[in-house]
Design a binder for this molecule. Structure first.
Ligand SMILES: [Zn+2]
Length: 86
């Protein structure tokens, strides 16, 4: 539980307007939504196989499952090299 007292008035105003925009009922829910968003930004799913990919260099990722090389373009993953044939 996040105590609203730990936010500055400016932060609280920002969270409050976010809360209204998101249609949530409490600041706690806003915090949880923000954490979830941050989490999803770091989680990369491979468009080729749906497996978990990991970031290599900025804007690029590599899938651990099918070895596809992925590129992040405007938040969307693009496969550069597909599943390698044996
Ligand atoms: Zn993959």
């Amino acid at each position: 539980m996040q105590d609203p007292q730990t936010f500055t008035p400016q932060e609280f105003d920002m969270l409050e307007s976010l809360r209204q925009e998101m249609g949530l009922t409490s600041i706690d829910e806003v915090m949880r939504a923000l954490v979830r968003q941050a989490y999803h930004r770091t989680q990369i799913l491979c468009p080729s196989c749906g497996g978990r990919a990991r970031k290599t260099v900025a804007g690029k990722a590599e899938c651990d499952e099918c070895m596809s090389v992925l590129r992040l373009a405007e938040g969307t993953l693009v496969t550069i090299t597909g599943r390698r044939a044996k």
